[in-house]
Design a binder for this molecule. Sequence first.
Ligand code: HEM
Length: 300
Amino acid sequence: MFILFKIVHDIAFFTWDMSLTVVNLVTPSRREGHVTPEGHPGFGGKWPEFVPPGEGDSRCSCPALNAMANHGILPRDGKNIQFKEMGRLIRTTYNFSPSFCYFVPNYAAQMLGKNYNKDTIELKDLDLHNGIEHDASLCREDLALEPDQSKPHEGYIKELLASATGKDKDGNPLLTIKDLSKYSSKRRADARSYNKDFTLDFVHRMFGSSNSSTLLTIFGGRIKDLETILLEERLPEGWESRVRGQMGLTLSTFNPTTVWPVEFGISEKKYLAEKAAQSPADRDTTTISSSVNKLDTTSN
Ligand code: HEM
């Protein structure tokens, strides 16, 4: 009976998501400067006051949710958050589609064994290892080495942003799909070699690429904005989502245009081979060959 319900639910969900994609295709995009809806925090680029988290406040491994709490869009203490409310606020803050804003909080509720309609969470609950949180993140050290997953890893973030090869029309640096694949390859191979508890199955590889792909879509890959969002977990003054479709970013757009190209461009083997070729004199051949050996049969 449960399986039948799940099949019907999933078909209904993907039909809904696809129909929102069609609406986006046939309706004009929101005007620049008018992406955040009137009457909601951030309208006109005016975000509520930024206050960094204090003692006892709950924060998590997700920079986008932490930023919402730091601006008081989610409760500032990061606690007593209803799943539906979280989805509604993600919709107005980042312009993800209603389908995404239902799907992810609903997935989180199931992962935590909570009732999507009735229960509440605090942000820290989302750090359940290998729930959505996983090893080889771009903005956090692995949980086995850093139990506090709310802490941005400055070194990784700066290295990621410095790796940007794109340029916008004014010559400002932009992160690209290739940049994300390349840096993810490095993070996965490096973390695999030094974290003895390292795991990353197919589902978590896809989560990793989904999360990081928001840097290119919602945040438009703009390095200047990403510095503020990732390092301070703050929304820059005047910022609005770079996704302008009326119905927001659907999964049926997000996955084929960004998430899958990022994920399928990741190759730990290629990264290790390039690393070995770049500095033959100083390379630690033992580490590199042991890293290659550690690559499981399913990784690239
Ligand atoms: C209810 C909705 C959401 C949930 C439950 C959620 C949960 C998470 C979790 C658990 C992580 C840590 C994954 C890891 O270990 O790397 C994460 C990372 C991340 N999320 Fe979210 N998130 C949500 C919404 C969003 C939204 C709306 C955005 C973008 C606007 C976003 C952007 C990111 C980014 C950029 C990362 C960092 C990826 C990395 O470090 O590799 N998330 N999210």
